[in-house]
Design a protein around this ligand. Structure first.
Ligand code: AMP
Ligand code: MN
Ligand code: MN
Length: 374
């Protein structure tokens, strides 16, 4: 059974089963961990058995969340659970192999998410791309099902939504989001304290990283595209943790005139992590991410791709420049076949150069390229 948006049947699954493995995406952010803790504590409050797994464990920056010590790396061998639940995870692959393996004995997979690119990989899928955060979906579900709202759930939902909306700033934030925050405060949330713990408590390493990133800042496309990069050597030199860079990209997105920001990070295994942010939907960075096998949202998306760093940067910046042409129109008019040709050409330098020069010049794509990509 795979149905979308059927709140009651989803509620039945949580009521009638006993044990749950709650999981979220690798390199977890506030929404990933917050959604796990929020749903998990509501389930525990009605007597369920809950495991909280994340391939990369709990980031130091979220240790202040009550109950967060329950977030563990998945066990090496599968555990028998009734239901596996993926939260805030755009594709099953983003859970990481160890999570998928640990939950492989589950009889049912539930996918609760807000990513536009989510391919509905669960047996049950509740994906609402309009929701600003998975945490807000979890809040709505818990309320609709009449489940309790323990303090751990309350605090986790607030942090999940606050971190995914840039502190309730992005356009995805609605009146409903603010009403939800008000309800959480009515339920006893200490808003000053939780914001201070979320935003005013960064390790000094993060500022060292910021200094290093600023030294790599580049502006492209008539200053409409800003990017910076971090090498693995910098990570080692500054003894950085994965979450130290979380949210820093917003600084270059905020530059006047900048429409798109990109962050390139060399991962220890030589692959490249790309983070992208757009200021408005005319330039959809999810589309660009998907062309490289990544995904996300229209205004915030990511990719993991092969290196080296300079190559990844050149490919992604070229695509972003095209996406930016005529307010995103140039990318949007690439019909499906052309996009397929574009993606195919990415790892074929001669074809790709030809494709880029034609696109930049406003010319159509040679038919032979479209045919070759089929
Ligand atoms: P980030 O830039 O890592 O904060 O990610 C921005 C958004 O895109 C988040 O909602 C991520 O979950 C999503 N995202 C990042 N990387 C990927 C990827 N490789 N595949 C699918 N979604 C991604
Ligand atoms: Mn997330
Ligand atoms: Mn999210």
């Amino acid at each position: 059974m795979s149905s979308l948006n059927d709140i009651d049947s989803l509620g039945e699954i949580f009521r009638t089963h006993q044990s749950f493995a709650l999981m979220s995406h690798m390199r977890p952010d506030g929404d990933a961990i917050g959604s796990q803790l929020a749903l998990g504590h509501a389930l525990e409050a009605i007597g369920k058995t809950v495991y909280y797994w994340n391939q990369d464990g709990l980031p130091d920056s979220l240790k202040f969340l009550p109950g967060s010590e329950k977030i563990q790396r998945p066990p090496a061998e599968p555990i028998v659970v009734d239901v596996a639940v993926a939260l805030d995870t755009a594709t099953k692959v983003r859970l990481g192999d160890s999570c998928v393996h640990a939950a492989s004995h589950a009889t049912l997979w539930v996918n609760i998410d807000h990513h536009l690119s989510n391919p509905l990989y669960g047996d049950e899928n509740y994906v609402d791309a309009k929701s600003p955060a998975t945490g807000q979906i979890v809040f709505d579900l818990i309320k609709a099902w009449g489940f309790p709202l323990p303090a751990e759930t309350r605090d986790a939902i607030y942090v999940a939504v606050s971190t995914d909306t840039g502190s309730f700033q992005y356009a995805s934030t609605t009146a409903h989001t603010y009403r939800m925050a008000a309800e959480l405060i009515d339920a006893g949330l200490d808003v000053g304290r939780i914001n201070a713990l979320t935003y005013d408590n960064h390790p000094f390493r993060r500022i060292s990283l910021l200094r290093s990133l600023l030294n790599t800042l580049e502006m492209h496309a008539d200053h409409r595209l800003a990017c910076w990069e971090m090498t693995d050597a910098t990570r080692m030199e500054l003894a950085l943790q994965p979450d130290d860079s979380e949210g820093l990209i917003d600084m270059i997105r905020a530059i006047e005139g900048v429409q798109v920001a990109a962050f390139f990070e060399e991962l220890p295994e030589g692959r490249i992590r790309v983070s992208m942010r757009s200021k408005d939907a005319s330039c959809n960075v999810c589309d660009v991410a998907m062309a490289f096998g990544g995904g996300g949202h229209a205004l915030a998306a990511g990719i993991r791709m092969t290196g080296p760093l300079a190559d990844a940067k050149e490919k992604v910046l070229s695509a972003l420049e095209i996406a930016l042409q005529q307010g995103g129109a140039a990318w949007n008019v690439l019909c499906k076949k052309l996009r397929m040709a574009y993606c195919w050409s990415i790892n074929r330098p001669t074809w790709h150069r030809m494709m880029l020069s034609r696109l930049r010049g406003g010319h159509s794509i040679p038919k032979k390229l479209v045919i070759a990509a089929r």
